[in-house]
Design a protein around this ligand. Structure first.
Ligand code: ATP
Ligand code: MG
Length: 585
């Protein structure tokens, strides 16, 4: 196929869009692939749509090869199914809710577990019908708090979502593995550098889940890796509690004056001056910091939470959000302190915390705060701390919460070495949902003994529009986009950099031959200057360019490889073979 650039619906821009934070966003807009309609909402122009359709093609092929059958649900959905699973509420502000003219509540689907569960329940009733895998490539809506980076985090975006249905756990495990393998093939074909990491399951519920993280410095996720192969989203890292410590030799707890020490560092300085230890300096890790928060449940109820953790670590906001989801935490404010007079800001200690204490503040501690560990912590009085306070001896928390920041060099929980921290963007997510949705929506089948059993499910997403941005992000340079052959809207761009009629004729001939070979050809037939044509070709990012210019008089054309920047002169006769080598399959 040949498309003439003079006819293509595209306008390249010389200026960056004002709201572009990341390279892919900047280039996709400037090269005329997408246009912003509203925050997190984009139109797809011909070039962008071609790339997305190529991504979809790969997904479709691999999902079908893995046994999936394609269906398509509407985006506009009734409330009832989402009420049955409680997600109408739990999805919180991320859900687009609306009403029809009769006042019926509806929503724009953020993901479709409910609808698939109901559909299979409507049509299937026997174990003989299973296993089953259905998928769709469809538009999703989420009213994201911070739509950003163009297609990377949209409020309207395209997702490939798949669902597996099995009669027992072994079946679910097999379906999960089959789709995991298909995902590996998909992301390999997409040419993305990715890491499969352990994940939390968030609002989705269910048990085992893994994410495919594209390695991307512009990404919003952090994940860790160890040399021994452990990999997890920071949200999903589990810190193993060390064994309990013997505290027989620890002196009795004692309250000491620590004037003007509301922060950990001021406290550590004062300890080193007024209470020096014989063996070493005091360190922030010797102190127990207590952070108070208020937690809001999806139904609006609020409860106070204190988190005790070693003073050298902060609470990680994402780990906290993941641990509490669907509830949300916010810092204690002055009015909250006023309502809890036993909590002395800057000097809060375990003495004033716990569900059985007068404050009734639930007190959860970091897994490192095990029985027998000794701490310096707040004495619940202004300007005073308590030393030698031993967990299990002097205080007993209500439980454990694993939300402290994960640091470069922390040990991997499976003993596979020190962790390194990296940035990524989630491009795929696979879940073993189990029976949560099937139970809530009554999806049961007769098993081989004629007994009704609840079906077990998996849910598997891939961010189609996000992948377009992720690939652009990892392949672009300071001149524009640079697509891999598999995803490029056109594999080759032919251009003329002169005025002679013979040049245009040679270009037409060459474009025709390339097209006959099955290549998609973009032919820059415009009467523009060579400078404009070169700049546009680099901006648009087709993998190969053929330049027909002055060299034609000697029977030569130039072949340019967009991704390596390599240029080479070849004879007109060899041009087709040279292009095919770079852009053929
Ligand atoms: P994130 O953590 O990035 O918000 P998520 O965990 O909420 O994503 P899932 O519910 O697992 O997302 O959705 C499946 C896939 O859909 C994700 O792996 C991601 O690739 C894509 N996706 C999710 N939210 C968006 C969005 N706002 N814009 C573009 N793609 C998205
Ligand atoms: Mg996810």
């Amino acid at each position: 196929m040949i498309t003439r650039l003079s006819q293509l619906f595209v306008r390249t821009l010389r200026e960056d869009p004002a709201d572009a934070e990341v390279a892919s966003h900047r280039w996709l807009v400037r090269a005329g692939y997408i246009r912003r309609v509203a925050p997190g909402v984009y139109s797809w122009l011909p070039l962008g749509l071609k790339v997305m359709q190529k991504v979809e093609g790969i997904l479709r092929e691999e999902m079908e090869a893995a046994g999936g059958q394609e269906v398509r649900f509407p985006a506009l959905l009734p409330r009832d199914p989402y009420e049955a699973t409680n997600r109408w509420t739990e999805y919180g502000e991320n859900l687009f809710r609306l009403q029809d003219r009769r006042g019926n509540d509806m929503l724009l689907g953020p993901t479709h577990e409910e609808m698939f569960t109901l559909l299979v329940g409507d049509l299937y009733s026997s174990y003989k019908d299973l296993p089953l895998m259905l998928f769709q490539i469809q538009t999703k809506y989420r009213d994201e708090a911070r739509p950003r980076a163009g297609l990377l985090r949209g409020r309207e975006f395209v997702m490939k979502d798949a669902y597996s249905f099995d009669v027992d756990d072994a079946g679910l495990e097999a379906s999960y593995q089959a789709i995991r393998d298909a995902y590996i093939r998909i992301f390999d074909r997409l040419g993305l550098e990715y890491v499969i990491v352990k994940a939390t399951s968030g609002a989705m519920g269910g048990s085992a889940s893994e994410e495919f993280q594209a390695v991307l410095s512009a990404g919003e996720d952090s994940f860790v890796r160890s040399p021994g192969g452990y990999a997890a989203n920071v949200e999903a890292v589990t810190v193993t509690s060390p064994p309990a410590v013997d505290s027989d030799d620890v002196p009795d707890a004692v309250v000491v004056d620590t004037p003007g020490t509301p922060t950990i560092s001021s406290l550590v300085d004062l300890l080193n001056t007024n209470h020096p230890r014989g063996d070493r300096e005091w360190d922030a890790a010797d102190t127990l910091k207590n952070v108070v928060l208020k937690v809001t449940e999806p139904d609006g109820s609020i409860w106070p939470l204190a988190i005790g953790l070693p003073g050298d670590r902060e609470v990680d906001a994402r780990r906290l959000a993941a641990a509490l989801a669907p509830a949300e935490a916010a810092p204690f404010e002055e009015t909250d302190f006023a309502a809890h007079p036993s909590l002395v800001k800057g000097y809060i200690g375990p003495g004033a915390l716990g569900e059985k204490s007068p404050s009734k503040v639930r007190y959860l501690v970091d897994p490192r705060v095990v029985t027998g560990t000794e701490w310096v912590t707040g004495a619940d009085q202004q300007d005073r701390h308590v030393m030698h306070l031993v967990a299990g001896r002097d205080f007993t928390p209500d439980g454990v919460i694993d939300v402290a920041e994960v640091r470069e060099g922390d040990p991997a929980p499976d003993g596979s070495g020190p962790l390194s921290l990296e940035r990524g963007m989630e491009v795929g997510h696979i879940f073993q949902l189990g029976r949560k949705y099937a139970e809530a929506l009554g999806l049961k089948v007769l098993d081989r003994n004629g007994k009704l059993v609840t079906v077990t499910m998996g849910s598997y997403g891939i961010g189609v529009s996000r992948i377009v941005a992720a690939v652009a992000e990892t392949t672009c340079d300071d001149k524009g986009l640079a697509w891999p052959v598999e995803l490029a809207p056109y594999q080759v761009q032919v251009m003329v950099t002169g005025k002679g009629q013979e040049m245009f004729q040679a270009a037409e001939d060459l474009a025709g031959k390339l097209s006959d070979l099955g290549l998609d050809v973009l032919y820059d037939d415009r009467k523009a200057s060579p400078g404009v044509k070169f700049t546009d070709a680099e901006l648009l990012g087709m993998p190969v360019a053929v330049v027909i210019g002055r060299g034609l008089a000697n029977g030569m054309v130039e072949i340019r490889n967009r991704r390596t920047g390599e240029k080479r002169e070849v004879s007109v006769a060899d041009a087709v073979a040279a292009v095919r080598e770079l852009a053929g399959d």
